[in-house]
Write a protein that binds this ligand. Structure first.
Ligand code: KG4
Ligand code: ZN
Length: 345
């Protein structure tokens, strides 16, 4: 095993192999002690799904079967570890596409059996929350986490490890889903988030005053009306500049997300504001969160872009915490497409 800083004396680092296959990324990573990333391999299927304008579950499952073993092998080689060095094997068990999840879960349980290691069941949403700990292991709690991905939009008060208070969530589309649907309508390609993000840099975000649904009420979100407003605007104004539409749409999404997250921090007295999930890779959202936190004198935790989108390092990090709090899962553990974050209100 590669010698790691400070480990020579203790030799006690706990290495978790994380496996992630909830959607269209086949990923494996080795992480030491819940935060020290030794390898982080992601094989993206974006090119395969782009031609269909979105993820095709059956196609995703087949690609996971092809890539799973090479990706795991690469993550072990890059980390310089042997199976015997591992403490446990953690895999995302939900939520996500069931066919995709089953491939990662089956691979992880098979390796756990063959290598005689504990298997740890990881919730994908919790894994996104733990992305911040990879870069800030001493992150001080409580923090408000704005979790924005293709399938979820949630405001969570993380009061302790594994202790989440759900402040609000989307009542309809997730933020990433809104980006993807608007991009699809505008004929921009898939996935829409990164494309709209890039285009917005050349557009005027104040060009069109799109609605900010529920902006002043509570912590829940709604994005489906915004998507309809974009469609109606483009229908009525076919000459509208694409970059202005993209920038104004992005501004409306980011505005609501940041307004609510900032209010949540103020009302809960949280010590920091964390971003998580694929939409957290958005340039404008990242800037606005940093500004909002600075204005309130609290810390902003904005993971690097590659840790925001789906990856297995965050699964290994969450797995390390879960192993310590709950212990291993049985080898009869299944997968669940609709698994929820264990929250209280
Ligand atoms: O967390 P993630 O990788 O997968 C899920 O768990 O859903 O998030 C994917 C979502 C997609 O909807 C994608 O369009 C969005 O994240 N996304 C972005 C950006 N990069 C990815 N949205 C806005 N701006 C970005 N730069
Ligand atoms: Zn995700």
């Amino acid at each position: 095993m590669r010698e790691r800083e400070g480990e020579a004396e203790t030799g006690s680092a706990q290495l978790i192999l994380g496996i992630e296959t909830s959607c269209d990324e086949t990923a494996a990573a080795v992480v030491a002690d819940g935060h020290d990333v030794m390898s982080n391999v992601v094989s993206s299927q974006i090119d395969i799904h782009a031609r269909y304008g979105g993820v095709v579950p059956e196609v995703a499952s087949r690609a996971h079967v092809e890539m799973m073993t090479p990706v795991i092998a690469q993550s072990m080689v890059e980390a310089g570890v042997e199976p015997g060095d591992l403490t446990a094997i953690a895999a995302t068990v939900g939520p996500g596409l069931i066919g995709s999840l089953l491939i990662g879960v089956s691979a992880a349980k098979s390796l756990a059996l063959v290598w005689d290691k504990p298997f740890v069941a990881v919730n994908h949403l919790e894994a996104h929350l733990y992305a911040s700990f990879l870069e800030e292991p001493d992150l001080e709690l409580p923090v408000v986490v704005l979790l924005v991905s293709g399938g979820h939009t949630m405001l969570v008060l993380m009061e302790g490890h594994g202790r989440y208070r759900l402040l609000g969530q989307t009542l309809d589309d997730a933020a990433g889903e809104a980006f993807d649907k608007v991009a699809r309508y505008l004929g921009l390609g898939y996935p829409g988030g990164p494309i709209i993000d890039k285009m917005s840099a050349d557009g005027d975000r104040d060009a069109i005053a799109f609605p900010r649904a529920l902006s002043k009420q509570g912590y829940d979100f709604s994005f489906s009306g915004l998507k309809t407003s974009v469609v109606n605007h483009v229908r009525k104004n076919p000459e509208a500049s694409d970059v202005d539409v993209a920038a104004s749409f992005q501004e409306a999404v980011v505005d609501v997300l940041v307004t609510k997250a900032q209010r949540a921090v103020r009302e809960t007295g949280a010590k920091g504001l964390c971003l998580a999930g694929g939409v957290a890779a958005n340039s404008s959202l990242r800037e606005r969160v940093v500004e909002a936190a600075a204005a309130d004198g609290i810390r902003a935790f904005v993971p690097s872009r590659s840790m925001c989108t789906d990856n297995a390092a965050m699964v290994a990090a969450a797995g390390w915490w879960r192993l310590h709090s709950d212990g291993p899962a049985g080898l009869d553990h299944g997968a669940s497409s609709s698994l929820r974050l264990p929250t209280y209100v």
